[in-house]
Design a protein around this ligand. Structure first.
Ligand SMILES: NC(=O)c1ccc[n+]([C@@H]2O[C@H](COP(=O)([O-])OP(=O)(O)OC[C@H]3O[C@@H](n4cnc5c(N)ncnc54)[C@H](O)[C@@H]3O)[C@@H](O)[C@H]2O)c1
Length: 473
């Protein structure tokens, strides 16, 4: 076996599957590689509408930083009943139960063991499992939930390896359960406006996009003692070198470029700097506190990763990842079309090399004109709910949560499906392979198995469910 292949299989978790089945093809020429495709589509989940649910009964696994908010966000939606909450830590379960009293909901609690979540997932009075646990258990929890006839709403990244991406796709198709990644909000904020402008041809044909997860987590998430979970976030930054968290920027760009429904990712290259900061930080902390000794001398990821993806239609996407350097944050950043360009921070829209960007006023009025109906409806509901209930903060209610619940209640296809979750998650292991191989190009698997050519767009910028819209309560 060639070294490069062995390294790829190891990095992507496919090592155990490489022999004997005849399902994998491997081709390598000087510039491009074809990676294993262990799958034939047996059902297309892209436009699948699951039977309508009057009330969406939810179980939430993982009640830490993110999941403690997830329970409240979901409980804020009409037609949602939180039936169960689960965490390793009993105090997090009781805190979540306490926070739901305000919504007159009293879910059962599950805690105390690594596998308690399974009991909740096996219940037959739950429709949707929301997962906000550390990355390495997202796939086992998602697969088990779908096998137990639950839709899945999983935090990003949905999967860590290519094999895990295929597992999600195969399970979703076999069970006909949705698996949606909680990436970025589709229907609120600037991304929705830009998407609508693109759909209306204002920026012309889109040929390039840029974004990233530039978010300094050095002293907050990465080098903060986490007595509960063995420093899972910091550990993810050891012995993995690539773009570990592309989704926040990538998902809106994929929607704008019709990835998996008209276009698809073809191949990508990735490059990382060395680690200039994390090893030094570990040494500095270990000098004061022995807790940090195991983190000294480790193989930390390069601080800045830059990944470039080319699509089948010849578009390019640049997506960066940096959770260490001190610089202002960046997510969805730039969309470049044949007629015009949008760029963020500050928001700017421009239509010509010779003229300046539009004035603030012109830009605001253009963006207001293209704010989608669905976003306006969502924003209206937030403000009505806030004025009805002065004592609650609705600032964190998420348009993507709302739309997922609304689609499930109205029997509509979900707008980000298992293929989208797998595609954006696959960028991480593929970037690791490319970084480890002097930035060689690597082919992105086609999780739709060719259906991307005929799949229709699954995100509506206009409302499709008329009067039946789920309210924010
Ligand atoms: N979409 C976003 O904007 C966003 C923001 C923050 C975090 N996240 C994602 O949310 C997820 C969780 O991140 P976090 O910051 O909340 O982490 P966290 O460490 O604060 O919380 C994780 C929780 O999972 C629990 N847990 C671990 N193993 C478990 C098991 N076997 N059974 C039950 N519970 C278990 C832990 O006890 C902990 O409470 C990650 O995937 C992260 O990337 C997303």
């Amino acid at each position: 076996m060639k070294n490069s292949r062995r390294d790829f299989l190891k990095l992507t978790g496919l090592a155990g599957l490489a022999g004997g089945t005849g399902l994998f093809s491997w081709r390598s020429d000087s510039n491009k590689k074809t990676f294993p495709q262990p799958h034939r589509q047996n059902f297309n989940m892209h436009e699948y509408a699951a039977p309508k649910l009057d009330t969406v009964r939810v179980g939430v696994i993982g009640l830490g930083n993110r999941g403690s908010g997830t329970v409240v966000r979901l409980a804020s939606l009409e037609g949602v009943e939180i039936k169960g909450v689960c965490d390793l830590e009993p105090d997090r379960v009781s805190a979540a139960q306490e926070s739901l009293k305000d919504f007159n909901q009293s879910p059962d609690g599950y805690s105390g063991g690594e596998n308690e979540w399974k009991k909740m997932c096996e219940r037959n009075d739950i429709d949707l499992i929301a997962i906000a646990t550390p990355w390495h258990i997202h796939v086992p929890q998602s697969v088990f939930s779908m096998e137990n006839e639950k839709h899945v709403y999983v935090e990003l990244p949905a999967a860590n390896t290519i094999e895990e991406c295929w597992q999600l796709v195969e399970t979703s198709e076999q069970t006909r359960m949705h698996c949606m990644q909680m990436s970025s909000s589709c229907h609120s904020g600037t991304a929705a406006v830009i998407l609508n402008m693109v759909r209306n041809g204002i920026l012309g044909e889109i040929l390039h996009g840029e974004g990233g997860y530039i978010h300094d987590l050095m002293n907050t998430h990465n080098f903060t003692k986490d007595t509960y979970h063995n420093m899972w976030r910091l550990n993810e930054n050891i012995d993995r070198n690539g773009n570990l968290y592309p989704q926040h920027a990538l998902v809106p760009m994929c929607q704008i470029m019709d990835i998996n429904c008209g276009d698809k990712m073809d191949y990508m290259v990735s490059m990382s700097t060395n680690d200039f900061m994390m090893g030094e930080k570990a040494k500095e902390l270990a000098a004061e506190d022995d807790f940090w000794q195991p983190y000294v001398g480790r193989n930390y990821r390069g601080n800045m990763n830059t990944t470039t993806i080319r699509t089948n239609k010849g578009r390019t996407i640049v997506v960066q990842h940096d959770v260490t350097t001190p610089r202002p944050g960046i997510r969805f950043h730039m969309i470049n079309g044949t007629k015009g360009t949008y760029k963020a921070r500050p928001d700017r829209i421009g239509f010509s090399y010779y003229d300046d960007w539009l004035s603030e006023e012109e830009k605001d009025s253009l963006m207001e004109k293209y704010r989608p109906e669905i976003t306006k409806r969502f924003n209206e509901m937030i403000s009505q709910a806030s004025s009805r209930r002065q004592n609650r903060s609705y600032a964190r209610v998420n348009a993507m949560d709302w739309r997922l619940i609304d689609c499930l209640r109205n029997g509509l296809p979900v707008e980000a499906n298992v293929y989208d979750a797998a595609t954006s998650s696959s960028v991480t292991p593929l970037s690791e392979w490319s970084v480890a191989n002097r930035s060689n190009s690597v082919q992105v698997p086609d999780f739709t198995q060719g259906a991307w050519k005929s799949n229709k767009r699954n995100m509506d910028v206009e409302l499709t469910n008329g009067g039946g819209t789920t309210r924010i309560i």
